[in-house]
Design a protein around this ligand. Structure first.
Ligand code: AMP
Length: 217
C-alpha cells in the first residue's frame, strides 16, 4: 500500500502505521522518528531540528523535504509505504506531489484519523516513553503503566516524558496542527484521495483502512 496517515498529534498514526506495516510489509516512514534518531545521534540534522521539536514547532519544510526525498528513493519503498507525520504543511504536500510524479509513484489513499479533541489531550498528557533509544516502548500512565518505580517492563530503563510532551509543548503542537496541518484535509479532498475515519480503536481503524484499500483497487 502507498498511503498517507493524517491526524493530530496523539491521533494514533504511529500505532496504526505499525499494524499496517506488519500486515503487508509496507514500510512505516515517520519523520518524527527520523528526527528523534538524528537528535540522539547529535548529527547536523539533529542539532538543527532539536530546538523546533522541543518547543512543539514544525521543523522547516526544506529540511523535511531533503529527508523525505532521500527516504522515498530507498529500495524498500517499492513494496509500499505508510507516511506517518508527513506531510505536515501545504508546501510539503505540494512538494511531495511533485516528488512522487518524478519517481512515478501513485498514492493509493490519504487517511485522516479523526479523533475527538478530549481523547487527544488525555492521550498526550498521559503518554510516557522508554528512555532507551533501542527500545522506546510507549506507555500510558493510566491504561498501560510502566513498573511502579517508573521502569520499562521490556528493558528496565527509566520511562520518561518526552521533551515535547510537556503541557506547554503539547498546547503548541495542537495549535500548530490546526493552523498548518489540518488544511491538508481539504487539499487531499480536492485531489480525490481522502478517506476520513472516526478513530478510537487502532485495530478497528486498521480494518477500515484495509476495506478502503480493497474498494480502491
Ligand atoms: P511526531 O512524532 O510526528 O509528532 O513529530 C515530532 C516533532 O517532529 C514535531 O512536533 C515536529 O517538531 C517534528 N516533525 C515531525 N514531522 C515533521 C514534518 N513533516 N514537518 C515538520 N516537522 C516535523
Amino acid at each position: 500500500m502507498k498511503i498517507i496517515l493524517l491526524g493530530a498529534p496523539g491521533a494514533g498514526k504511529g500505532t496504526v502505521a505499525k499494524l499496517l506495516s506488519a500486515f503487508d510489509g509496507s514500510v512505516q516512514i515517520s519523520t518524527g522518528d527520523i528526527l528523534r534518531a538524528a537528535v540522539r545521534e547529535r548529527s547536523d540534522l539533529g542539532k538543527k531540528a532539536k530546538e523546533y521539536m522541543d518547543k512543539g514547532d514544525l521543523v522547516p519544510d526544506s529540511l523535511i523535504m531533503k529527508i523525505m526525498e532521500e527516504r522515498l528513493r530507498e529500495p524498500d519503498c517499492e513494496k509500499g509505504f505508510i507516511l506517518d507525520g508527513f506531510p505536515r504543511t501545504i508546501p510539503q504536500a505540494e512538494d511531495l506531489k511533485m516528488l512522487l510524479e518524478k519517481l512515478n509513484v501513485q498514492l493509493d489513499l490519504v487517511i485522516n484519523l479523526d479523533v475527538p479533541k478530549e481523547v487527544i489531550l488525555d492521550r498526550l498528557t498521559t503518554r510516557r516513553t522508554c528512555s532507551n533509544p533501542d527500545c522506546q516502548a510507549i506507555y500510558n500512565i493510566k491504561s498501560n503503566p510502566p513498573t511502579p518505580d517508573g521502569k520499562c517492563t521490556i528493558c528496565g530503563s527509566p520511562v520518561i516524558q518526552r521533551d515535547d510532551e510537556t503541557e506547554e509543548a503539547i498546547t503548541n503542537r495542537l495549535e500548530t496542527y490546526n493552523e498548518k496541518t489540518a488544511p491538508l484535509i481539504g487539499f487531499y479532498g480536492t485531489e480525490g484521495l481522502l478517506r476520513n475515519i472516526f478513530s478510537l480503536n487502532s485495530k478497528e481503524t486498521v480494518e477500515e483502512i484495509k476495506e478502503s484499500l480493497k474498494l480502491k483497487v
